[in-house]
Ligand binder design. Sequence first.
Ligand code: UTP
Length: 290
Amino acid sequence: MKVKKAIVPAAGLGTRFLPATKSVPKELLPIVDTPTIQYIVEEVHQAGIETVVLVTGKGKTGIVDHFDLNSELQAKLESEGKYDLARLLNEASGLVKIVSTRQQSPRGLGHAVLCAKDIVGDEPFAVLLGDDLVDAEVPCTKQMIDVYNKYGKSVVALMKVSDEDISKFGCAAGAELEPGVLDLNKMVEKPALEEAPSRYAIVGRYILTPKIFEILERQTPGKGGEIQLTDAMARLMKEEGFVGYLFKGDRYDAGDKFGFIQANIAYALKMPEIKDRLLEYMKSLVTSKL
Ligand code: UTP
């Protein structure tokens, strides 16, 4: 069955980014000039998905507002001859159908996904975390849909990380089906280093079958007292099988300070009007600081 909908959980508290996130959702913090959430919705569109379900929470309605058309401002900018700005203003509106739902309190990523159950219904769907950016030639979600279409099983994006980092992520392991694709047999949320079954970290892109909703409804809180998506995926893996996919691209955790700065530099270096000046600046920094 075709993947037509994507859930974007964006109801987390963003505590790693306080005080900025006290009143501004972290998903609206810009990477140079564009909010993270816009990149996510663009990726969904480029993957051929028609509907995005934004899961928001308290103080986060600005995320949904960002995708409204602002015709008045567009007309004003056009009347002033600022056509480039007018085009940018509404670029993300109308790319895909935006639907939103609320997570009453942040009870975990698994719970956030469950909040979209009635909107998604009985069909496979994508999940993209609202603060995880993947810069790739072929959009990461498109790569994953191709894997889903080939194997007919749920797919999770994986990336190799160091010993030092594996305990910060969900971790998955399995037998290689083809280069970059694993038939998973283990999934565990934030394992201690000694218990990590591999160095493959789960990152914020998933294609899931609707069976996950049934499992999530029965899921008890796990690590951190939260309803963990990884725990539910581990059960889905046992029932239906699950594929791990080493995606091609660069991933940035924009909800983390260092990841956010990395993303800003990487995306700025892709902008011709900034690239040369930024490189000069970085060169001068390296010279003066080292
Ligand atoms: P994170 O753990 O990165 O988000 O969750 P967080 O809880 O907002 O971050 P910190 O640790 O406090 O800084 C990954 C994604 O899942 C969403 C978040 O919004 C983020 O996009 N999420 C998390 C929810 O929607 N609901 C939750 O209950 C938890």
